[in-house]
Design a protein. Structure first.
Length: 94
């Protein structure tokens, strides 16, 4: 959240649009909604677009690491969830 301060001061918090990557990936309609809110014509069908720089393996965090990261980012995630007006369940559950 600290990184949003300069953007908020420059453009105003109402003009800063926060996008959660996991939501864009799981709900491609959000890309179209974002494009529309910015006044852009849809350019890419992200649901079927070819992925680049995809790693060959899936990395899964162990429970201890996930719990430590959840604790480390808990305050920032809570602040962001409050600003967005909705929970960030994917980020806040250890």
């Amino acid at each position: 959240m600290d990184d949003l301060g300069p953007w908020d001061r420059t453009f105003g918090a109402a003009a800063v649009h926060i996008v959660v990557l996991e939501e864009l990936q799981s709900e491609p309609q959000r890309v179209a909604d974002l494009e529309a809110s910015l006044g852009l014509a849809p350019e890419i069908d992200f649901a079927s677009a070819r992925r680049h720089n995809v790693g060959g393996e899936t990395i899964t965090l162990d429970d201890d690491t996930r719990s430590r990261l959840a604790a480390w980012f808990a305050d920032a995630n809570l602040d962001l969830a409050e600003r967005l007006g909705r929970p960030l369940d994917r980020w806040t559950h250890a």
